[in-house]
Design a protein around this ligand. Structure first.
Ligand code: NI
Length: 185
């Protein structure tokens, strides 16, 4: 099921997500909803807090931009080693339309449970490395905007406020239109 993505700023996005005690049906359903939501929004990664779920779950698929990759599920991910430094222009499904350069480790090694609850370790480079760091940040209540200067963050905050207001009035408008159609019947 495609879920609604929480837009920053929102207290939900600041919460620290809780560790998953074993991957059961409920967690698998959550992972399915997350990947469906990510693909529908044309994203390459999504963390559970972005759909208002406080579990340490991530989905990533960088294949549109990185050859040889596929959909991966990371439950209770832990970055165990990093190497080098790089900068990348990042965006976020919770901060639509914005992109800024963020400094990250060039390479990371992450340990996690997969879709079936099996532990694995993954060596990540390029966009996959950026995505793992970006999504792990989400689980700790940190967004890419928190890596920017306070000035840049404030400008983005204002734009997001306007976006939310526009969306709220669009919703009100569609409710009004629906009501009119109903009374016309
Ligand atoms: Ni994000």
């Amino acid at each position: 099921m495609i879920r609604e993505i929480v837009i920053w700023p929102d207290p939900i996005l600041k919460q620290v997500a809780k560790s998953v005690d074993g991957v059961d049906d409920t967690i698998q359903r959550l992972l399915d909803d997350m990947s469906e939501t990510m693909y529908a929004a044309d994203g390459v990664g999504l963390a559970a807090p972005q759909i208002a779920e406080g579990h340490r779950c991530i989905v990533i698929d960088t294949s549109p931009r990185q050859e040889g990759q596929k959909l991966i599920h990371l439950v209770n991910p832990e970055i165990v080693k990093t190497e080098g430094v790089t900068t990348y222009t990042e965006g976020c499904l919770s901060v639509p339309g914005e992109a800024e350069e963020v400094e990250r480790a060039a390479k990371v090694w992450v340990r996690a449970l997969d879709y079936f609850g099996k532990a694995y370790e993954l060596e990540c480079e390029g966009l996959l490395s950026i995505a793992v760091q970006h999504e792990c940040d989400h689980l700790d209540g940190t967004l890419f905007v928190d890596h920017l200067s306070s000035l840049k963050r404030e400008i983005i905050r204002r734009r997001m406020k306007r976006l939310k207001e526009e969306r709220a009035s669009d919703r009100a408008e569609s409710i009004r239109t629906a009501a009119q159609h109903k009374s016309a019947l």
